[in-house]
Every structure is written in C-alpha cells, then in structure tokens.
Design a protein around this ligand. Structure first.
Ligand code: NAD
Ligand code: ZN
Ligand code: ZN
Length: 365
C-alpha cells in the first residue's frame, strides 16, 4: 500500500480538496507512477462541475508526468522510466488496432466515467475504496496507477512541469493542426480561443510553416502570447466584425480553423471565415448543440469535424512533441505556471478563472 496526497472531489459542484489517500499495488499490466508534475486541463474543471453525486468521492487529473516506481507482473515498463500519462483506450477495438485510439469504442468508459468505487479501485480513503481512473490515471495526486497503454515512455531531459501538459492539451492543439487538419505551409489557419489548447494549435501551425496564422481571443494578454508563439495576427472578438477581419487577414478566407471555445456563436463565425473547401476542427468541449449553417457548408464545400486528443497515437506523437520541445520548437514554458503540490487550491482557482493558462502542480516531496 502506498500513501499519497490526492485532490478529492467530495461534493457535487464544490472544488476538490487535497486529502490523504492510499493506493493499492499495481496489478496485471498496470504501473504505479510517482507524479512529478500534473497539469490542470479545462476538461478536469468542466467534468468535475457536472460530476454525479452518486460517483463521489472522485479524483480527477489527466496530465500527469512522472516516474514508474512499481509495475504489475504483465507490465513491460520498468522502474525508473520517465513517463507522460495520457488518455486511455482499450487496445483491441477496430480504432485502437488501426492507430486511432482517441476514437476507441470504449473511450467514454475509459476516460470520462472513472472506474467506480469497487473493491478493485486503485484508491482508498479512510479504508474505503473511492472512485478514480479518470483518463485511466486520476493524476491530481502524488502517485497514480495507470496502464501500460496510457503511460508513454519519454527520454530524460524535459522538465516534468513541461512534459505534463503534453499528455492532453498540447497533444490536442498541436495534433489537431498537424494530424487532423494536416495543414501545409501555404495554408492559412485561424484559431478561436488562445488557451493552452488554442496556443498549442498556434505553435503547431508555426511548426508546419503556415504563412498566415490568426488567433482570436477577447483577452489581450492571450492575444499577445499568441503572437509571441507564432501567430501572425490576433483579433479581439469584442472589437468588431471577426469575419471581415479574418477574411481580410487571410486574403479571402482561411483554409483551416480550430475552435477551442465551444461557444455556439463562435462556431458559426468559424465557418464564415473559411474559404471554399476549408475545414473547421471542433475541439472545445461543452457546446450542447449549435445551429448548422447548411447553405454555407454545402455551398462552399466546407468540412466540419470533431477532433479528440489531436487524432494522436500517443506512443509516437508524445515522443515527437518531447523532441520538438527539446529543440526549442515548442516553448511550453510560456504556457506553464507552476504551483507547489500543496498549493492545489490556488492552482485550481487559477485554472478556473483563467489567471494561469496552464497551471501545473509540481510534487517536490
Ligand atoms: N477535444 C479534445 O480532445 C480536448 C482536449 C483537451 C481540451 N479540450 C477542450 O478544449 C477547450 C479549450 O481548453 P483550454 O484549456 O485551452 O481552455 P481555455 O479556457 O484556457 O481556452 C478557451 C479560450 O477561449 C477564449 N474565448 C472565450 N470566448 C471567446 C470568443 N467569443 N471568441 C474567441 N475566444 C474566446 C477564452 O478567453 C480562452 O482563452 C476546453 O473546452 C477543453 O475542455 C478538448
Ligand atoms: Zn479501443
Ligand atoms: Zn485535457
């Protein structure tokens, strides 16, 4: 049994609170990971806010980076291996076996539902099993149990605080542009929302060599950061006609757009900024439904598609992101604000309010 500290959600609608928990040893192909750093993603916050009371208490967290400290008998990973934890998948369905694990048939169960609070649960609180297994990790904790499939081996040499967000936000933003939209240097790209995901999409477009990259965000500091990270222009949506501004900046419309806002009106605007045959990637989580401008989509031959985790195969894409970060191509330190693990409350609040773009808890114990 391993003593740990975890951010536990006790009450529907409340914030999680740091609490002592106990983890059981890893079984099967599981690995026990000492979490050296863990990012807070907006998906943690939005899912925690609507988590059903019957599945409480619960531990969230899905951007863990750390070191393997114990392994189940079927695990191939070894103790001491640095890993980035990422989304979980079944490894057997038609999408997993063809390199599309983000679209795993049981993705919702593996990632969004948690593993219940049965006897097999990894976590115990005051001697009773509690729910965990969020994204197969529940890594807002000093230790987490993951499976081999969602623990990605990485090289030494990238600070854990910078490696942590590769597991979700950065993989999602960069992957949406490089993998899903597969932009070319001659393409123009517009990114709606300059948070951790949108700024990662901007960095991805810069890596692809796109000549025009426009970021749209109402927050001035986020627009400035987008420019620093490679956007060639930034538009304030509260200042006027976004469609006209973007169409002018892109010489008649963009080839590709990424929405990270999940605001229904923004989705419509994102379609109006595209040139004929352009594509919009829906990445933001939370718009219940949005109107579909059918005439526009059909008449211009537009593509609208959802993207999960940047379409990535994480065991190849995350090591590629690590190499890009080490080569100075992904200045992750510009997104990350670190907090001591014990300052979880401040980090969660900074994520909720948007004061920090990517709060990362660092486990110094
Ligand atoms: N599809 C996936 O696999 C996946 C993975 C990770 C995160 N997400 C989701 O992606 C979204 C973005 O995550 P994030 O961490 O970057 O969040 P974030 O809140 O930091 O970013 C959203 C940004 O949108 C901006 N915004 C708000 N209104 C706007 C408007 N009208 N026009 C333009 N910009 C506007 C905000 O100022 C903010 O900067 C979240 O919904 C998150 O749950 C999806
Ligand atoms: Zn699967
Ligand atoms: Zn996430």
């Amino acid at each position: 049994m391993i003593d740990a500290r975890a951010a536990v959600l006790f009450e529907a609608g409340a914030d999680p609170a740091l609490t002592d928990v106990v983890l059981r040893p890893p079984v099967g192909e599981e690995v026990l990971v000492r979490i050296d750093a863990v990012g807070i993603c907006h998906t943690d916050i939005s899912v925690a806010a609507r988590w059903p009371a019957r599945r409480l208490p619960m531990v969230f967290g899905h951007e863990g980076a750390g070191t393997v400290v114990a392994t189940g008998p079927q695990a191939e990973l070894r103790g001491g291996q640095p890993v980035v934890l990422t989304f979980a998948s079944c490894g057997r369905c038609p999408y997993c076996v063809t390199g599309r694990p983000a679209y795993c048939e049981s993705s919702t169960d593996h990632n969004m539902r948690g593993d219940g609070a049965g006897e097999s649960s990894a976590l115990r609180l005051d001697g009773h099993p509690i729910a965990g297994g969020f994204f197969g990790q529940s890594s807002l904790a000093t230790y987490a149990i993951a499976r081999q499939g969602n623990a990605v081996s990485i090289d030494d040499g990238l600070e854990p605080a910078l490696a942590a967000p590769l597991g979700c936000s950065v993989q999602t933003g960069v992957g949406t542009v490089l993998n899903a939209l597969a932009v070319r240097p001659e393409d123009t790209v517009v990114v709606f929302g300059a948070g951790a995901v949108g700024l990662s999409a901007v960095m991805g477009a810069r890596i692809a060599g796109c000549r025009t990259i426009v970021a749209v965000d109402p927050v001035p500091q986020r627009r400035d950061l987008a420019i620093d990270l490679g956007a060639t222009a930034a538009v304030d949506p509260s200042a006027g006609d976004v469609t006209a501004a973007v169409r002018e900046l892109t010489g008649g419309g963009a080839h590709a757009a990424v929405d990270t806002t999940a605001v229904p009106e923004v989705l419509t605007t994102a379609l109006t900024v595209l040139r004929p045959r352009g594509a919009l990637a829906l990445v933001g989580l939370g718009a219940p439904v949005a109107p579909l401008p059918v005439g526009l989509i059909m008449g211009r031959g537009l593509t609208v598609r959802g993207v999960v985790e940047g379409d990535s195969e994480p065991h190849t894409f995350i090591p590629r992101l690590v190499a890009l970060a080490k080569a100075g191509e992904l200045p992750l330190e510009r997104l990350v604000t670190t907090f001591a693990f014990e300052d979880f409350d401040a980090a969660w609040s900074a994520a909720k309010t948007g004061r920090a773009i990517k709060p990362v808890l660092v486990n110094g114990s």
